[in-house]
Design a protein around this ligand. Structure first.
Ligand code: ATR
Length: 282
């Protein structure tokens, strides 16, 4: 697409159903303004039954978009419908970032990169441990396991209410990943250096379990992927017990970086003003 000045103006979207609560337009709007770029990024609601037609319109150029983000409930189906899902999104069975290149729709998944970048920024050295504990075995857990394993963490204990789901991940990822029921939490936390919560425990009407973080290594880092509230019940407990905590907001911000760079050709930075902008919107 060209505007009257004959420069390329790219337009990107975030789609889901529903989509009005997405904070992605705020994030990308901030970067477009900061970098003085003429493109746009907006929420574009697509019903599940219309999603295949939307992907077709990206491919044939009629949508007017050069790419965008996909979120619930389209992440899995996007991975199946696009022309070129990358290896990572195929492995995870879910995509969150799409772009059109040479008439083909490409896809990747940036959740794991966002998770790791957030820890790198706020808890440098987090990957010196050999053992991590992940609470939860959903889609987010899967992307994080992959990213943490790729950073060299040797043993990853996945603890889940439904132990069969944790076992599926262990079967998929091989010997580095071990599945456990909730009752084993304290045992597997003992001596571990990283605790990751990927569940809504304590925020979905359920009571937050009392967790004894004191059994972990004294240098352990405790993090959550939920960012509303910033200090989840699990992070609050860990902080009181003297552990370094990292909230999930940075993961949201960092997972957006690769997409922005793909669509607008410029790598943005995650800065304090952006973080504050999202906090003010909560
Ligand atoms: P996501 O893709 O965001 O990870 P998900 O696939 O719905 O979401 O997974 C949510 C995770 O939170 C699951 O591990 C779920 O446990 P189950 O597999 O047993 O359902 C976990 N979870 C949600 N609410 C929970 C609760 N009250 N107690 C314990 N685990 C909970």
């Amino acid at each position: 697409m060209r505007d009257s000045r004959e420069t390329f103006v790219n337009h990107a979207f975030v789609t889901g159903y529903p989509i009005k609560h997405s904070r992605s337009p705020l994030i990308h709007g901030y970067w477009l303004k900061q970098l003085g770029l003429p493109g746009s990024y907006r929420a574009h609601e697509v019903k599940p039954e219309e999603f295949a037609a939307f992907i077709a319109s990206l491919k044939d150029g009629t949508s007017g978009f050069c790419g965008g983000n996909v979120t619930i409930p389209h992440k899995e189906v996007a991975c199946r419908l696009v022309d070129q899902p990358d290896e990572l999104s195929q492995e995870l069975g879910a995509a969150n970032t799409l772009w059109v290149q040479d008439g083909k729709v490409h896809a990747t998944n940036t959740d794991g990169r966002g998770f790791v970048a957030n820890l790198d920024e706020r808890a440098a050295g987090w990957d010196r441990t050999s053992t991590a504990v992940i609470l939860g075995a959903g889609g987010a857990s899967r992307a994080i396991i992959q990213a943490v394993r790729d950073r060299g963490i040797k043993t990853i204990h996945v603890v889940n209410r439904t132990v069969e789901r944790a076992q599926e991940l262990a079967d998929r990822f091989g010997p580095a990943v071990e599945a456990h029921p909730m009752g084993a939490l304290k045992d597997v936390m003992t001596g571990a250096g990283l605790f990751i919560n990927t569940t809504s425990l304590g925020m979905d009407g359920s009571e937050a379990p009392a967790i004894d973080f004191g059994v972990m290594a004294s240098s352990a880092v405790v993090t959550d992927i939920v960012y509303v509230p910033l200090k989840t019940p699990i992070l609050a407990q860990a902080e009181v017990q003297g552990f370094a905590i990292v909230d999930g907001l940075g993961m949201l911000l960092h997972q957006a970086v690769p997409g922005f760079e793909l669509w607008f050709g410029c790598r943005p930075t995650v800065d304090a003003d952006l973080r504050q902008l999202i906090i003010d919107d909560m």
